[in-house]
Design a protein around this ligand. Structure first.
Ligand SMILES: C[S@@+](CC[C@H](N)C(=O)[O-])C[C@H]1O[C@@H](n2cnc3c(N)ncnc32)[C@H](O)[C@@H]1O
Length: 305
């Protein structure tokens, strides 16, 4: 892990989201239209992808998550897997779906010098991704766009790699997700995604943030086989040296979230219950990741159409 991406640098470089920005989230005309066109299901999954149990939280999420750059996946693992398994050239192209604030994309461009396109529905995140690409001197390699990925990917083909980090079920069931991701890469290309799977001694009842169904490792292998994908490697988050994570640990993460939620409770006392619910959901999710689920990043290869 380079020093550039250490947690300290990450904190230092992240600008504080202003309240104006927060309120402005859905006021851009283009975005207003995009958000209005979403189905209720997509909106609910959007909120859930960021641990929100209600869509009412959506406008507040950029404020609540302002202290984070990486929003779940481990950019260091994604980068090292791409470096290890790809034959990289200046023409290598990566698609980063649900890219959040671009933590993976920018690290890929900076460390490997490859072209990346990131797409996310949250315009406030895309704005930060663009600023960060500039800050890290990789704007020419990165393009970021606001979009709903189930729609946007219909036009995205022939990538060498597609990255789908910490984005849960927003592309549908696991089979639907794998088939959509597979369609974006060329034959011989790779899919990278991360997921918490249920270890053999656990069941869904052990999961505290019970927002979508978790699968066992065996079930994932069956799904990969059905989708015609080869498992190239699987890296557990626990394989990562502790200093190499780009995510805040659960204690620092919860401190940041609790602080921001309390600021919002002060400003919007009528929404106290909603923000307290968010703190609890985040705590539940951290508990699942720390104590129950095995968090793994998979790299799969498409060997036929
Ligand atoms: C947990 S974050 C992960 C972000 C990033 N991959 C990372 O690990 O840092 C999930 C992301 O999915 C995005 N998202 C959720 N539903 C989406 C959709 N239908 N289309 C595009 N992006 C979506 C959210 O805005 C959010 O940025």
């Amino acid at each position: 892990m380079t020093n550039q991406f250490s947690q300290e640098t990450q904190k230092k470089h992240i600008t504080t989201e202003t309240e104006e920005k927060l309120v402005a989230l859905f006021t851009d005309e283009v975005e207003e239209k995009l958000v209005a066109s979403l189905t209720g299901e997509i909106e609910e999954k959007w909120a859930a992808s960021l641990t929100g149990e209600t869509t009412e939280l959506l406008p507040f999420l950029p404020y609540l998550l302002q202290d984070f750059w990486a929003l779940g996946c481990e950019p260091g693992i994604m980068v090292s897997l791409i470096k290890k398994h790809g034959s990289l050239t200046k023409d290598t192209k990566v698609l980063d779906l649900a890219c959040g604030k671009g933590a993976v994309s920018i690290k890929l461009a900076k460390e490997l010098g490859i072209k990346v396109k990131g797409i996310d529905l949250m315009s406030a995140f895309i704005e930060i991704a663009k600023q960060k690409a500039d800050e890290y001197g990789v704007s020419e390699l990165c393009s970021f766009a606001v979009g709903e990925i189930n729609e946007a990917i219909k036009a995205e083909r022939d990538y060498d790699f597609v990255v789908f980090g910490a984005a849960g079920n927003i592309l549908g069931t696991p089979s639907e997700m794998l088939s959509k991701l597979k369609a974006t890469v060329k034959t011989g290309g790779f899919i990278l995604f991360d997921e918490g799977y249920l270890p053999d001694n656990c069941t869904q009842d052990d999961i505290r943030y019970n927002n979508y169904e978790c699968f066992t490792k065996k079930q994932w292998f069956e799904l990969f086989e059905e989708a015609g994908l080869i498992v190239v490697e699987a890296v557990l988050d626990t394989d990562l040296a502790s200093g190499d994570t780009q995510n805040l640990d659960s204690t620092s993460g919860m401190e940041a979230i609790t602080l921001r939620a309390n600021e919002l409770i002060f400003k919007y006392p009528d929404k106290k219950e909603m923000f307290e619910g968010y703190i609890q959901s985040q705590q539940n999710e951290y508990d699942d990741v720390d104590h129950t689920l095995a968090s793994v990043t998979w790299i799969l290869q498409k060997t036929s159409a």
